[in-house]
Design a protein around this ligand. Structure first.
Ligand code: BG6
Length: 474
């Protein structure tokens, strides 16, 4: 499956995302032979950040050198570098971008498809989209849109209206890079390709689910972005809710975009509006001293919440979500804990702690990922004593990683192929903002936590009578 010939335009090409992910990702796709036979990549930015073609190539080389998987050298790099050019664009003066795109199209020949990747700050989003519409550049083109998609329901609707005035929904690719991670996509294979798991994947058998993405990094100097965003908007309403969609959806009738998005959106429609009393907002000590952070900032750097899905599969099963900065470890975990069977016959045999720690299926979607099933087993010896045992599937140990793509690489490729399966829909996003309204209107105060901890103390209360699986597998 190779995409049609393309001219890819990165709006925001001198920014952080382009440097860290997009340029290195595109170079990896080129090396892996996954870019179209003929392509050009045009970088764009406001005139104030304008660079010449050569300078842009040098920036790309440095980006690949620092963040890429292979050094920018040899014939593959040369070919990639030659495909790069730059065209500045201000809403009032898009001429240099227009000229660069025309030149790139001439170089590719025929009528290549245009793909815009909008790696621009939210404030610039509307004007860039309007400019693409007004210049005609958007005609027939696809567009990749970065998160955060709005800050609440009203702003998301405005953004969607702006987008849809220029691009119809079939050409809009809203990115949530968690959906491009191999081991997140594997949730679909695990659930729907195996008779072992799907039959127990419901309220009859599962007592609670945790979606836990602690990060050890702090805001890394990104106060400008983070102060106006916070963990709920940056991580929960986006990445963690999208994961929840995959974990909770009904089997889709086919693995195509329409069926997958429909099933995910149905989960979102069944989500109960968030109850602020079931949310803990935290802020790490020292956050208010970070450069660019207001001395009395109320922005949360941590959020944990309990959500419920009111449908036949999940009614009564709490989903606990947690994410935050400056925590003890950086992890990506989805854990399902099964209902305990009556352990009466084993009463003397099961250590309490062992019993509480087992009966879990833990999906670790750190790249490349692993899945661990924990259960009780008889310890060797004359007596019936139960201990915790594990079965582990390790992605790296089980499959060669040669063809593995990183999330951004995977998603850019899917957008070039025109497959929206792993992208979010307007309806889905609107619904997520809608269920978030009660929390956004009435957020509980932020509670301080020590950097390097697992968050504020009150998160234990939130999950009672259950326990967080991290850090010690309970
Ligand atoms: C980004 C957030 O979308 O995801 C960051 O803006 C966060 O704040 C990052 O650190 C986490 O992504 P990953 O793939 O490293 O877990």
């Amino acid at each position: 499956r190779l995409p049609d010939d393309h001219v890819i335009v990165i709006c925001g090409a001198t920014g952080d995302l382009a440097r860290r992910k997009l340029l290195p990702g595109l170079f990896h796709l080129a090396r892996a032979g996954l870019l179209p036979t003929r392509y050009r990549i045009v970088g764009s930015a406001p005139a104030a950040d304008s660079v010449g073609d050569e300078e842009f190539r040098e920036q790309a080389r440095q980006a690949v050198d620092r963040f890429g998987r292979a050094a920018p050298e040899g014939p593959q790099w040369q070919a990639f570098e030659e495909a790069l050019s730059f065209g500045a664009a201000d809403p009032g003066d898009p001429a240099p971008l227009l000229a660069a795109v025309r030149e790139a199209e001439r170089a590719v020949g025929g009528s290549p498809r245009r793909l815009f990747h909008l790696a621009v700050p939210p404030v610039a989003f509307g004007s860039v989209v309007k400019m693409l519409g007004a210049t005609g550049l958007a005609e027939g083109a696809r567009v990749i849109v970065e998160k955060p998609f709005g800050t609440d329901l009203a702003s998301a609707r405005v953004l969607n209206d702006t987008l849809h005035a220029v691009f119809d929904e079939s050409r809009v690719f809203r990115i949530d890079h968690f959906l491009g991670k191999e081991s997140v996509d594997n949730i679909l294979a695990l659930r729907f390709a195996n008779g072992l798991f799907e039959p127990v994947w419901n309220r009859e058998h599962i007592s609670h689910v945790q979606i836990d993405v602690p990060e050890s990094i702090d805001i890394q100097g990104r106060a400008g972005f983070f102060e106006g965003t916070g963990t709920f908007r940056d991580m929960i309403v986006t990445h963690l809710f999208q994961l929840l969609g995959f974990v909770a959806m009904e089997p889709p009738s086919a693995l195509d975009a329409r069926s997958l998005r429909e099933e995910k959106d149905k989960v979102f429609r069944s989500l109960r509006p968030l109850d602020p009393a079931q949310v803990v907002r935290g802020q790490y000590e020292g956050y208010r001293n970070e450069p660019g952070v207001a001395p009395a900032s109320d922005t949360e750097t941590f959020a944990a919440l309990r959500v419920e899905i009111d449908n036949w599969r999940w009614a009564g099963v709490p989903f606990y979500l947690r994410s935050g900065k400056a925590l003890a470890e950086g992890r990506h975990m989805v854990t399902l804990t099964f209902r305990q069977p009556p352990l009466r016959m084993f009463r003397a045999a099961a250590h309490d702690s062992a019993a509480a720690r087992s009966d879990t299926l833990a999906i670790d979607f750190d790249d490349p990922g692993r899945i661990t099933a924990r259960f009780l087993a008889k310890e060797p010896g004359p007596e019936m004593r139960l201990g915790t045992a594990e079965m582990v599937f390790d992605y790296a140990g089980s499959f060669a990683q040669d063809h593995a793509l990183e999330a951004y690489e995977h998603l850019i490729l899917e957008a070039m192929l025109g497959d929206q399966s792993l992208f979010t829909s307007a309806d889905g996003i609107n619904r997520l903002w809608e269920v978030s309204e009660p929390l956004l209107k009435d957020p509980p105060p932020v509670e301080p936590y020590t950097p390097g901890s697992w968050g504020p103390e009150s998160i234990q209360r939130l999950v009672r009578p259950h326990h967080w699986y991290l850090p010690d597998g309970r």
